[in-house]
Design a binder for this molecule. Sequence first.
Ligand SMILES: Cc1cc2nc3c(=O)[nH]c(=O)nc-3n(C[C@H](O)[C@H](O)[C@H](O)COP(=O)(O)OP(=O)(O)OC[C@H]3O[C@@H](n4cnc5c(N)ncnc54)[C@H](O)[C@@H]3O)c2cc1C
Length: 314
Amino acid sequence: MKRVLKTEQSVPASEAPGRGEAGTPFDDLGLTVGTGEPLAHHTWLGVGGKAKYFCEPVDLGALGRLVARCHERGIPLRVLGGGSNVLVPADGWAGMVVRLSAPALCAIDVNGTVVTAGAGAKLVHVVSAAVQAGLSGLEMLVGVPGTVGGALVGNAGGRGGAIGDCVRDVSVMLPGGEIEVRTGADLAFGSRWSNLDDCIVIGCRLELDEEDPDLLTKRMQKRWIVDRSEQPSGVRTVAMMFKDPHGTSAESLVSQSGARDFRVGEASVYPAHANYLVAHPGCTSEDVRELVEKVRARVRERLGVELAPQIELW
Ligand SMILES: Cc1cc2nc3c(=O)[nH]c(=O)nc-3n(C[C@H](O)[C@H](O)[C@H](O)COP(=O)(O)OP(=O)(O)OC[C@H]3O[C@@H](n4cnc5c(N)ncnc54)[C@H](O)[C@@H]3O)c2cc1C
């Protein structure tokens, strides 16, 4: 699903001027906006082209000015979280890419059983803050990379639930820069999906349960060991290929279909965990895209199951 707040016919990112050059539509806003930023530096796979414009706003006010300007000028805008679930094409992104990495957008606060987190906060930091405070409910997020924003948008989770199960409310910024708090019936979370696809997520409040911190820590450590053993280790340039279909795992379907040793160019299925792919040195976005399609086609032909891609092609 595309999360583009507005589209334009614009110059390809590859034609953008060098970083920091004057003459962007943002020069009067008091923001640092880079140009031609290599997005490979910001994604787990480490492949793909450049962003025409790139900004890491210092706070919500700066984000609001940037978002409103993009809206006024018809400049398409995307948010990049931890970059663990996106595949950037070789020709990059001909618009604005925003990262919510500034401290003001990554704050975590625990008050009673409620954890408040900025969208830029790393999921691992939120999980450990909750555990330290003796709060349970986020155990299924152990080992999931990325940020709170990315997790909410894709309803990240694992065995036993997903982040959406704990959400009390989500703060979002609309295309004009206005802020809104969504709760109850305004929010929908499904299988690796949410309805937060028309906005920028800026933070959330999670409602958790009290639990004995020692028991919780032991449970989390056990879970960490089990879950991590099911993920590639020692390689950073990996991505999860498919969502688990209802009642089974994508990993077992890929294995059963005989695609475990598939390779396209410098992208290959990670043999020990067949729902991941690895980008080897020299890998291109096209290698990754073709590998995902090749594996998907094999599962369809051999097992009659249509797998839904987990990784999102920008
Ligand atoms: C090794 C590995 C293990 C993984 N394990 C799991 C797992 O167990 N369970 C699971 O669910 N997933 C898993 N994933 C997939 C991925 O980590 C999750 O989908 C994660 O939640 C993505 O978060 P991110 O911050 O990296 O998002 P990104 O990859 O940066 O972005 C993903 C999408 O969310 C959008 N987005 C990000 N932040 C915002 C925001 N603030 N506002 C609006 N849109 C935003 C982006 O535009 C993009 O469309 C795994 C991935 C890897 C590489």
